[in-house]
Design a protein around this ligand. Structure first.
Ligand code: NAD
Length: 474
């Protein structure tokens, strides 16, 4: 696993370099740029947890990168790779991501340095609850302060432990449910959050592939249908991304997991691979596919679109040259090192950057936070009203045309929006609109060489203006 960034910059430095490259294309005062770049608050904690008969000291972090908008927002990661620099880099990416998709939050991120496979569910719960109470003590969590969400190694289950711990410490907070997002529906979660990041990745790549002239430069036709796709990481983000690509008519030629990679030119079925993984304990030896025990090999196989959806720095200066994909969709945060980015750029690969492409998660988290603050499910007020209006419309059409609308048509037209419809359409609109904003900068602003720089320019412009209009405290 190439998560160790041994090149001449760390993940955080590489984010800072991307920022500086873009900052050259903006007109902000150096002081404003420095303030945008800086991590505003960093919490590093060590706390004891009783594991079996032993006491273990757990290392954990929460970083609030930017307070230009509150609350701060960003996931919590459970992984042995967690360290302060990694969490700082991820928190910074969250600030830029939120700005790009017009979500009014500052960036944040949390991490606990543990190998989740070594602990029972009960022990993971103890660690998560203790971490949450530390965040409460230090004022690093709250609906208006800092709102975590799932990330690598965490899911709705951990979010419900966080909510329960927060609520028990702040029993009078009527907005307690908004202290964390990505929760189970029964705990105030919003429908559509689980698949949001993967669906957002799909919407983003689909939008990129819709520009005929951009695809022609890559020697590809426009549209998703028939495109050959490889996905690395079949967790929350990767699985849903793969599923949406498959449903849209793309061919999943390669899938990569911890234990290795599988490749089949004729296409793989992601659910069948998941079922195989469940019964055999891994993806290798999936019937009909070629297996590679080194997962990194899977990245280098022939495809049109490569989606790294695992961890950072998986493509570096050592393997970048062997990547055959024409489009790389960064579903994971920071999957390319700076050197890899340069090599791929020189090869003419279109890289759709993380700070835009995986923003579906935070976009739907924003919808969840709004739902929690308003204490009402999306669609509850308008669903019946819309259905009645559509019914009246059908009645008018039928009486004026003297034709009957078929039962199937009636069923389609009459349905008022449910929460899931509203969330998916809000996400689709966000991903399409933001891609166009970034592409306009890329195509229209001289010297902006790639989509990543364009995305950073887009973010810096929005945050810079916010700081200017906020005024700096004297
Ligand atoms: P996850 O824990 O659900 O899944 C990650 C998967 O990657 C696991 O199945 C793991 O076995 C696999 N994996 C790990 N190392 C691998 C390797 N070297 N090769 C192949 N597979 C490997 O995590 P996730 O939530 O899907 O997050 C994945 C990435 O997406 C992270 O970079 C995360 O920061 C980013 N992200 C997640 C969200 C979200 O909503 N969950 C939002 C934005 C960005």
């Amino acid at each position: 696993m190439a998560t160790e960034n041994t090149e001449n910059n760390s993940f955080f430095q590489s984010v800072q370099r991307n920022f500086e490259k873009a900052a050259n294309h903006t007109n902000f005062d150096r002081g404003i740029l420095d303030q945008i770049k800086a991590c505003n608050s960093i919490l590093r904690i060590k706390f004891p947890v009783k594991i079996g008969e032993k006491i273990e000291v757990i290392e954990a972090y929460r970083v609030q990168h930017s307070h230009h908008k509150l609350p701060c927002k960003g996931g919590i990661r459970f992984s042995m790779e967690v360290d302060q620099e990694e969490v700082m880099a991820l928190a910074a990416l969250m600030t830029y991501k939120c700005a790009i998709v017009n979500v009014p939050f500052g960036g944040g991120k949390g991490g606990i340095k543990i190998d989740t496979k070594k602990y029972s569910v009960f022990e993971l719960e103890k660690i998560t609850r203790r971490y949450t109470s530390e965040l409460c003590k230090k004022n690093f969590i709250g609906p208006g302060i800092d709102v975590p969400a799932p990330d690598y190694g965490t899911s709705a289950r951990e979010m419900s432990w966080i909510l329960d711990t927060y609520s028990s410490l702040f029993p009078n907070d009527i907005n307690a449910q908004a202290c964390v997002t990505g929760k189970p529906i029964s705990q105030g979660g919003v429908r559509g959050r689980t698949e949001a990041t993967g669906l957002g990745v799909f919407f983003g790549v689909r939008e990129a592939c819709s520009f005929k002239e951009d695809m022609e430069k890559l020697g590809l036709s426009s549209g998703i249908g028939g495109k050959r796709v490889i996905v690395q990481g079949l967790g929350n983000v990767g699985y849903h991304t793969a599923k949406y690509f498959q449903e849209a008519g793309a061919k999943l030629v390669g899938l990569i997991e911890f234990d290795g990679a599988i490749y089949d030119e004729n296409g793989l079925d992601v659910d069948a691979v998941q079922a195989h993984r469940k019964t055999t304990g891994g993806i290798l030896n999936y019937p009909g596919a070629v297996s590679y025990s080194d997962p990194a090999e899977g990245l280098e196989k022939s495809c049109d679109i490569l989606i790294p959806a695992a961890l950072e720095s998986v493509i570096d200066k050592h393997n970048a040259d062997r990547i055959q994909a024409k489009i790389i969709g960064e579903a994971a945060n920071g999957p390319l090192t700076t050197e890899a980015d340069e090599i791929l750029h020189a090869k003419g690969v279109l890289v759709i950057p993380d700070i835009y492409l995986n923003a579906g998660g935070v976009t739907v988290s924003y919808f969840e936070w709004l739902k929690n603050l308003s204490h009402v499910r999306y669609g509850r007020l308008e669903k019946r009203f819309s259905e009645n209006m559509y019914q009246e419309l059908i009645d008018i059409i039928e009486s004026t045309t003297e034709k009957q609308v078929s039962n199937l048509e009636r069923k389609m037209i009459l349905r008022g929006p449910d929460e899931i419809d509203l969330v998916h359409s809000g996400l689709e609109d966000t991903m399409i609109g933001s891609y166009r904003e970034i592409r306009d900068i890329y195509v229209g602003q001289q010297g902006v060489e790639d989509l990543r720089t364009a995305a950073f320019v887009c973010a810096i412009n929005k945050i810079g203006v916010a700081y200017q209009e906020l005024g700096i405290f004297p």
